[in-house]
Write a protein that binds this ligand. Structure first.
Ligand code: SAH
Length: 247
């Protein structure tokens, strides 16, 4: 039996942060509930990932999968999806929902670090969206994500930039004014600049291939992918085919 099948969540988990997600486990699949924003942005990020990595037939790992909003969408595109999360309550919701949707997704209650101990290089594509800003040591997570990607494979990350505009839009605007997210969802000090993420990825010899911003327009009530990355953004990086290839 591997460590993760006994349900291992290790140390790099902030339990107060986790509680924000587990105590609303029943709301995950309600498009008008606390996680409605993730439903609203899902088609955009799915399309962006699929355009780069061509998901059909790929072995994909979705890290910090929640109740499977992205995991299911990638499975529908034909990916073989394994998904993990440190929150047991919403993983149960994820399993039930995938079952009801007739999708085969392998859900694990574990962390990227624990999973990497036994699955280094196993995945064509690793996704870790909207999670890094909720963990105590995001760099340790990235180290594990990089190990999990096979040579030549893709890593997709998303988080929130640490800028005054992100404070105004992602916290004040989204949590207090427009009430798109529950109050207290995000802490400014945990936001990560794209340059910081890029530096960590390049230290691991990954090549940053693309980056896009994601914004909400209160006028149209819609999200869009945009060039500016000063609030929410996605990053696509690739592991070189061999260690001798320098990106
Ligand atoms: N990636 C999903 C959900 C994002 S919400 C999406 O974008 O739709 C953040 C998720 O990360 C929550 O489900 C939370 O339980 C999970 N999480 C937080 N810390 C974690 C950790 N250290 N390891 C794994 N999952 C974690």
């Amino acid at each position: 039996m591997t460590r993760e099948s006994q349900s291992s969540t290790g140390d790099n988990v902030d339990h107060a942060e986790l509680h924000k997600f587990t105590h609303r486990a029943h709301e995950w699949w309600d498009p008008n509930g606390a996680f409605g924003t993730l439903h609203a942005i899902n088609p955009l990020r799915l399309e962006w990932i699929d355009q780069h990595a061509d998901l059909a037939g790929k072995k994909v790992l979705d890290v910090g999968c929640g109740a499977g909003i992205l995991s299911e969408a990638m499975a529908v595109r034909g990916a073989q999806v394994t998904a993990l999360d440190a929150g047991a309550e919403h993983l149960e919701v994820a399993r039930e929902h995938a079952h009801d949707s007739g999708l085969e997704i392998h859900y694990l209650h574990t962390t990227a670090e624990a999973h990497a101990e036994h699955h280094a290089g196993d995945y064509d594509v690793v996704t870790c969206l909207e999670m890094l800003e909720h963990v105590p040591d995001p760099e340790a997570v990235i180290d594990a994500l990089v190990q999990l990607v096979r040579p030549g494979g893709w890593l997709f990350l998303s988080t929130i930039n640490r800028t005054p505009r992100a404070f105004a839009e992602a916290i004040v605007g989204a949590e207090y004014v427009l009430r798109l997210l529950p109050t207290g969802t995000h802490e400014y000090s945990r936001f990560i600049r794209p340059s910081e993420l890029g530096t960590v990825l390049r230290r691991h010899r990954l090549e940053v291939i693309d980056m896009t911003g994601l914004t909400y327009s209160p006028l149209s009530g819609r999200y869009r992918l945009v060039p500016r990355t000063d609030v929410n953004y996605l990053m696509a990086a690739r592991r070189p085919e061999s260690d001798s290839e320098t990106p």
